[in-house]
Every structure is written in C-alpha cells, then in structure tokens.
Design a protein around this ligand. Sequence first.
Ligand code: NAP
Length: 243
Amino acid sequence: MQVPGNALEGKNVVVIGGTSGIGLATAMTAAGLGARVTAGGRSEEHLEKARQQAGSDIQFVQIDTHDDQGLEKLFSSIGGIDHLVSAATGGSRTLKPLVEQSEEEFQAAFGKLWGYAKVARLGAKHVADDGSITFVSGAPARKFRPNMGALSCVGGAVENLVRCLAKELAPVRVNVVSPGIIDTALFDWMGDEKSERVAQMTKGQLIPRIGRPEEVASALIYLMQNGYATGTTVDVDGGQLLG
Ligand SMILES: NC(=O)c1ccc[n+]([C@@H]2O[C@H](COP(=O)([O-])OP(=O)(O)OC[C@H]3O[C@@H](n4cnc5c(N)ncnc54)[C@H](OP(=O)(O)O)[C@@H]3O)[C@@H](O)[C@H]2O)c1
C-alpha cells in the first residue's frame, strides 16, 4: 500500500535558521526529496559552511528572523511557498534561576518567540492553502528543570503560538517539533567537556545518547508531508520527557 502524503518534489520549501544544525539537516533532507529549497541565517560564516556542505542544491540567503523588510522581501521573491519552516534560535539561551535573571535576560530568551511570530505574520499570506508552517520548540517546554525556566517559558509559548496559528490559518497546517538534546552548534561552548557533559545530560533518557539533527529533520519533513497533521507537537527527544 502506498503511504498517503504530499511529495516534496518540486515544492518550494523555505527554512529560516537553515544554515546549521536542525534547520540545515531539514533543508538538505527536503532538497534530497526534490524540493526547491531556500535556507537562511544571519552570519556569513554559517552561510559559507552550509554552502560547502549542501552544494548547489539549496539557495542560501542572508536573513534575520527579526528583520521585517528582509523577511518580506525574501517571501515575496519566492513566488509562492509550500512549506515554511523556522528553526532559528533567534534569542538567548538564558540558563539561570528565574528569580536571578534580570528583566533583560528573561526578555532576551523570548527573541525566539518574537522571531517565529514575525515569520508567521509576514510569511502566512505567501503559504499555499495546502501548505504548512512548522516551528521548533524544545523539551524544556514540558520538562521542567532548575535554571531552565526561561527556555521552558519560551518553548511553552512557541507551542501555544503554533496551536493558535493552526486555528487561525487553517487550512494551512501549523505544527511544531520539540527536540531533546541534539548534537548541533548549540553545545559548542562546552568545548572539550562536551562529550562528558552530554553523557551526563542524556543518561536519564530512555535512549541515553545525544540525538542527531537528521533525526529531528525527519519529523519536520513528516509534518510537511502529512496533509492531515495540524496543531500538533512531535517530540523527538530520546524519551527525555519520561526520563
Ligand atoms: N540542539 C538542541 O539540543 C536543541 C534542543 C531543543 C531545542 N532546540 C531548538 O532547535 C532550533 C535549532 O537549533 P540548533 O540546535 O539546530 O542550533 P544551531 O545549530 O545553532 O542552528 C541555529 C540556526 O539558526 C540560525 N539563527 C539563529 N538566530 C537567527 C536569527 N535571528 N535569524 C535567522 N537565523 C538565525 C543560525 O544561523 P546564524 O547564527 O548565522 O543566524 C543557524 O542557522 C532552535 O530553535 C533551538 O532552540 C535545539
């Protein structure tokens, strides 16, 4: 039996935050399935590395999720979007007890939410009725740990944003993928201690290892392809929520 689903062949896929990690893996997987992919991020360094990794299959553009004019210009230039993804970090990862955070630190974490809201606000009118919008939250949205309160608040807000958008933008489908601990540049700051720290962080999970960006990308691709999935959250976290 053939699995029903929307083929990505020839579809216009846009991935904001698509020059590294989960976004880049999503862009490359979509391109591999025949989609016409435009992927973007802010830094020339990430753009250049991504170009080298992905080759000419993907059109890479410089874009900031907080830049209204840039996003408007990008979306208009594509001429109809089938699937719009934002995996952009867009804000700070403020890791501190909530009561020790300054107002500025707490607000800075929400840069991710403002960025996603902007992508939806400016992008929705360009997305085909049978298309989709997909964002990325994170396990802290529903797994609460000391020092991670800002990430939990932002992740929860992203997941609620998605449910609200799914109602308001139907029939365009709007979904979110929630990754656990995934091997991306997000943990580069750990330097030589990365493998030890990651082992510590993942040891309570049902699958006690770090995840791969491609494993999260496959969930993003599923949400593009499955024409009946909307308002949903797909967890790809090695069972962290149950750990
Ligand atoms: N890795 C994990 O363990 C994990 C866990 C939970 C949730 N997440 C979420 O997954 C998403 C992807 O993260 P990742 O791990 O793949 O991180 P990553 O490897 O650092 O990739 C982040 C991407 O977003 C881009 N970006 C950041 N700020 C941007 C902005 N303002 N405008 C446009 N692009 C921007 C980056 O490029 P530039 O910096 O050059 O702009 C890069 O392409 C994020 O939302 C993150 O919060 C990740």
